[in-house]
Design a protein around this ligand. Structure first.
Ligand SMILES: CC(C)(COP(=O)(O)OP(=O)(O)OC[C@H]1O[C@@H](n2cnc3c(N)ncnc32)[C@H](O)[C@@H]1OP(=O)(O)O)[C@@H](O)C(=O)NCCC(=O)NCCS
Length: 403
């Protein structure tokens, strides 16, 4: 009988073994890229081996993920998961998940994946393995972009962005500081992001659109165009302090560029996001979820560590112990400073709600009203105080972050 083993990847043989099954499902990636990519400390894989041959793999890219102002957690993003065709549907994928949940503890707080297709087997695989929806960046399409005159926006190669990353970072932060939902930005981010696995699998040509005011950058858009496709994606759009007038100018310029290249334009962003009204005014139509969807799904790996990171200090709960219970997880959200807490509040909920709570994705006061969360030993004021410490935060999405 053939033996099946599961473990974390170790060496270049594992990488070569993975690439063989990867290329049978996903667009080909060069061995050179894979060797360099998997050498990074933040990249790893759970492997299934049959008689020492790789037959399944679940790769991760561990990123600093910005959840809300001042709070960054470690998120292990799953991508290009694959089990050899003849072995699917026998629990190998789920076992890879189980093994990864174990070895990621201490290295990641949460596992995340960008998914679509809520009725597909792929979506079901993650859901079955306790991944829950936490954000819906809706694909929005501008099918017939217009060739509008727009003179303030300059269009250059992407190298211009790389040479001005200080300014780009400043503009990005001024626009999106208040929102969570994306890998943290820092100098070097854009270069790394545009060389990520997805752009190896699906190569694109990038352009940098930008606006200056007295020589300083005040807004930009990064666009990508896949070869042979009549589609341009806005991978990231940001303006100083989120200014809408600048966003409208950038979108007009992207439209013009798209019209001249006979392409449609796509941008993924949640409903009512920062530039929602600008996009609607420019003619972008959001696709309904039954037609096409983009979802961030999450599985909490380490609830205690995550709770420690996201809890906002609150003088009024100093000596109160706050816990959360779900059928699968129990977690102390906050320890009282004294040995004998003056009160113990217990919040009860299902696992999907707990996942949202620990990622600042639920308004606790409303959730209690709606009985999505039930409360043991706590009154309405207590809930308001806990909601202060675990505040809801709107999330934004930038397609450039796709892995
Ligand atoms: C997705 C995948 C890694 C799951 O591995 P697996 O070993 O088949 O997974 P398990 O046996 O543990 O779980 C099976 C579940 O995964 C889902 N699934 C997804 N693709 C599947 C496939 N081709 N065959 C069988 N199940 C599949 C099913 O919904 C199934 O759930 P069910 O048992 O309730 O029907 C594997 O099917 C695969 O390699 N698919 C092709 C690549 C892919 O679609 N990846 C999507 C993730 S981005």
């Amino acid at each position: 009988m053939k033996t099946l083993r599961f473990r974390e990847m170790q060496d270049e043989n594992d990488v070569a073994g993975y690439l063989r099954i990867h290329d049978a499902v996903w667009p080909k990636v060069s061995m050179k890229f894979w060797r360099e990519w998997t050498k990074r400390e933040e990249v790893t894989m759970a492997l299934a081996l049959m008689d020492e041959k790789v037959v399944g793999a679940l790769p991760f890219h561990i990123r600093d993920f910005y959840v809300r102002p001042g709070v960054t957690v470690k998120a292990a993003f799953e991508f290009s998961v694959v089990v050899r065709k003849d072995l699917r549907g026998q629990g190998i994928g789920s076992k890879l998940m189980t093994i990864a949940k174990r070895f990621l503890k201490g290295r990641a707080d949460v596992m995340m994946v960008y998914r679509g297709g809520e009725l597909t087997p792929g979506y079901n695989f993650y859901f079955k393995n306790e991944h829950y929806d936490v954000s819906y960046p809706r694909p929005r399409i501008l099918r017939e972009p217009r060739d509008l005159v727009e003179r303030k926006v300059k269009i250059t190669e992407i190298e211009e962005l790389y040479s001005r990353e200080n300014e780009v970072l400043k503009v990005f932060k001024s626009a999106f500081y208040k929102f969570g939902g994306y890998p943290e930005r820092n100098i070097g981010y854009w270069r790394r992001a545009l060389r990520s696995i997805i752009y190896q699998e699906l190569p694109q040509t990038f352009k940098f659109f930008y606006i200056e005011d007295k020589g300083s950058l005040v807004g930009y858009a990064i666009i990508g165009k896949s070869r042979g496709k009549h589609l341009i994606s806005i991978l990231e759009l940001a303006t100083l302090n989120g200014r809408k007038d600048l966003a409208a100018q950038l979108i007009a310029s992207v439209s013009r560029f798209a019209a001249r290249n006979r392409c449609a334009v796509r941008v993924n962003s949640p409903d009512f996001s920062l530039y929602d009204d600008v996009l609607k005014k420019a003619g972008f139509i959001g696709l309904p979820r039954w037609k096409s969807s983009k979802i961030i799904m999450a599985h909490i790996v380490d609830p205690e560590s995550l709770a420690g990171k996201i809890w906002r200090e609150n003088e009024n709960l100093k000596n109160v112990k706050v816990s959360a219970w779900s059928p699968r997880k129990q977690v102390v959200l906050h320890h009282a400073e004294t040995h004998a807490p003056r009160k113990e509040i217990m919040l009860e909920m299902k696992d999907d709600i707990l996942t949202r709570l620990l990622l600042s994705r639920i308004d606790l006061v409303s959730a209690v009203k709606q009985e999505l969360v039930t409360v043991v030993k706590g009154d309405v004021n207590d809930i308001r105080e806990v909601a202060y410490s675990l505040p809801y935060t709107p999330w934004e999405h930038h397609e450039i972050d796709y892995i």
